[in-house]
Design a protein around this ligand. Sequence first.
Ligand code: CDP
Length: 211
Amino acid sequence: MVIAVDGPAASGKGTIAKALAAHFGLPHMDTGLLYRSVALNLWRWGGDAASEFEALRACDVSTVDPDDPEIRSEPVSRIASTVSAYPSVRAALLERQQQFAGQPGGAVLDGRDIGTVIAPDATVKLFVTATPEVRAQRRVRELLQRGMPGHFEEVLTDIRARDERDAGRHDAPLTQAEDAVLLDTTDLSAEQAVAEAVRIVEQRAAIPTRS
Ligand code: CDP
């Protein structure tokens, strides 16, 4: 079973994907971390994000460290959003994601183009959204919890800019796959969103509900 979870920044897709992986006993890949690792690499050696050539050179990342304190910082998020629009960068990261999706037994992947490009034949596709304001609130909370500064207005502006870049890019734009189920988490707690996602997957994959 392959589960594709796509959606914009701070929509709750990461939390949902992680919980689905635990619930169904599947491995999970946060594909945003790949783009963030490229961005971090570029940032550390002082490369120019405006150059596709330099961004491509930064794709040579063998390790992805989800616990690196800088990986979710605002500069790295911004660079990730810029470099992920380059076709050569997306192509360089494609095989790694498709291999993960194709492993025996299945997998859960979350990102922007899982249901449309990486795993178009996924068993179940979820498109997770929430209003920009709610997403900005969540991101501020997350930043503060990590001990980083988070200002609502700045974060909201940044989220809107990233939405526009993600949806407007030519290569693999953020868009809901035709056969994806829309899950709006605006008025849901994390627990409610996860419960709803589990229900959708069970229904779509015709898995008998555990009683
Ligand atoms: O949730 P958030 O947007 O903060 O971050 P993320 O999912 O870790 O993704 C970081 C950046 O990588 C995003 O701004 C996207 O532009 C890009 N990305 C992408 O283009 N394709 C993916 N499959 C995953 C992330």
